[in-house]
Design a protein around this ligand. Structure first.
Ligand SMILES: Cc1ncc(C[n+]2csc(CCOP(=O)(O)OP(=O)(O)O)c2C)c(N)n1
Ligand SMILES: [Mg+2]
Length: 456
């Protein structure tokens, strides 16, 4: 197991021991005592006579079915209005199907759709943002999984994986992977690294997962899946867990011990609830709307107000359509200053000229930068929307938004030069040592003075 903070490693080991003991004591013995199948891909697996199997019985499932069945059976304890309640650990699975997951895990999700709901999103990064926000809003006590096709769908998750890693928030990633058999090689959407047969796009998950494994044969789930769940549910290890799922292994069947699916209630030791919700650990643009959706899914009784800039909106707004489809209403307040206002200010505080941040300072051709109609954009995705001209209109629009029956976007023009008076902390941003610009040379001198005042 990968534990990145050495001081925690003892904790981590004992947490792992406890979890594995609690959830699969018999299984661990079972795994040791049974011989692993020689060729899980093509042959029906026959297991040797074994007293433990005889005792607990087996159930023949594909790897994907076993995975989904296991996840759908996990329970956790949450505080409800009437005291503690036992609820499913997984609130659902976000899925964008494609080559590498539609046939295997897609079929399994269909079989278990009554116990583990599948939600369709529009972009893999965004659906992972929603899943991460869901767990944050549930204080890490409930989780979601995300399944993608192989290749581009999987790598679209990487930014969100990094976000979850930095913020230590649990999410289970289930990207499709290349064939273990290598029969179709290269397969559609493979990265085609011909110098190393073991590399796939999913290796990108390694540095941004707190637990990573590639399921090379069906029986491997017996060990890897409890470990992934341990990572997701332990406050010390907590973060994204990735189980890369080669598509032939997803479809391969195996006689799983029935006992594997008798999971204990997973207990959390999570932080107390708060109402505000910000992603600043990774400072990732494109988080807000999908994040709002995840919070609404976690806390449907709450009114969710998402506030974001025009730049962040343009990066990732498509989950507005998902919020409409799932009847998860968001109120979105969009501050349109026509570009990257905060980076423009940072650029100038480092001595730079306004360049390539505000749209008016960017290269433009033809008819130039469009006057983007954000209200029309949101309306095209199924939301209600309006543009307001001032604060009084914003207040009136917020009242309309609050009584509306679905996602409602309010757009307001803002001034890109003004910022809050709060803050004022010195922030180390390296200013060039050489420049023909006097303003940069001046900023460099200020930077060095600021550095001298630092205590470390
Ligand atoms: C994915 C990603 N790309 C780039 C950045 C760098 N960045 C930080 S803030 C910002 C501009 C944000 O623009 P907008 O959302 O319009 O907000 P504004 O600063 O104009 O209020 C950029 C480009 C980032 N944080 N995340
Ligand atoms: Mg802006």
């Amino acid at each position: 197991m990968h534990v990145s903070i050495p001081n925690f490693s003892e904790n981590a080991r004992s947490a792992e021991r406890n979890f594995l003991l609690k959830s699969s004591r018999a299984l661990a013995r079972w795994v040791l005592l049974t011989s692993k199948p020689k060729s899980p891909m093509n042959e029906r697996i026959t297991l040797p006579e074994n007293p433990i199997i005889a005792k607990c019985g087996t159930v023949r499932l594909t790897t994907a079915q076993a995975l989904v069945r296991y996840l759908s059976g996990l329970r956790t304890r949450v505080e409800g209005p009437q005291g503690d309640e036992i609820v499913p650990l997984f609130g659902g699975v976000f899925a964008i199907f494609g080559h590498g997951n539609v046939a295997g895990i897609g079929e399994a999700l269909y079989q278990y759709r009554d116990r583990l709901p599948t939600y369709r999103a529009h972009n893999e990064q965004a659906m992972a943002h929603a899943a991460i926000a869901y767990s944050k809003a549930q204080f890490g006590r409930r989780i979601m999984a995300c399944t993608t096709s192989i290749g581009p769908g999987a790598t679209n998750l990487i930014t969100a994986a990094a976000l979850a890693h930095v913020n230590r928030l649990p999410v289970l990633f289930l990207p499709g992977d290349i064939f273990v058999s290598r029969d179709p090689d290269p397969v559609l959407q493979q990265v085609e690294n011909f110098s190393d047969g073991t590399v796939s796009a999913n290796d990108c998950f390694r540095p941004v997962s707190r637990y990573f494994d590639r399921i090379l044969q069906p029986s491997q789930l017996l060990t890897s899946l409890p470990r992934a769940v341990l990572t997701l549910t332990d406050p010390v290890l907590c973060g994204p867990a990735t189980l890369a799922l080669p598509q032939d292994v997803q479809a391969a069947a195996f006689d799983y011990p029935a006992e594997f699916f008798e999971s204990p209630v997973v207990e959390f030791r999570a932080a107390p609830p708060t109402d505000g919700h910000m992603e600043y650990g990774y400072s990732c643009m494109g988080y807000e709307i999908a994040g709002g959706l995840g919070v609404k899914m976690a806390r449907p009784e709450c009114e969710i107000i998402v506030m974001l800039g025009d730049g962040s909106y343009l990066m990732l707004n498509n989950e507005i359509a998902t919020s409409v489809m799932l009847d998860k209403k968001l109120i979105i307040v969009l501050l349109d200053n026509r570009g990257s206002g905060c980076i423009n200010r940072l650029q100038q505080s480092c001595g730079g000229n306004p360049f390539n941040n505000m749209l008016k300072d960017c290269l433009q051709f033809g008819t130039g930068a469009p006057d983007i109609d954000f209200a029309a954009n949101a309306a095209s995705l199924g939301a209600l929307s309006e543009k307001v001209a001032n604060i009084a209109e914003l207040e009136a629009a917020l009242r309309r938004a609050r009584s509306a029956n679905r996602t409602y976007l309010i757009c307001i023009d803002t001034d890109d030069t003004r910022t809050t008076e709060e803050g004022g902390w010195w922030w180390e941003v390296a200013v060039p040592e050489e420049s023909p610009c006097e303003t940069v040379r001046q900023a460099r001198a200020d930077y060095l003075r600021g550095k001298e005042n630092q205590t470390h």
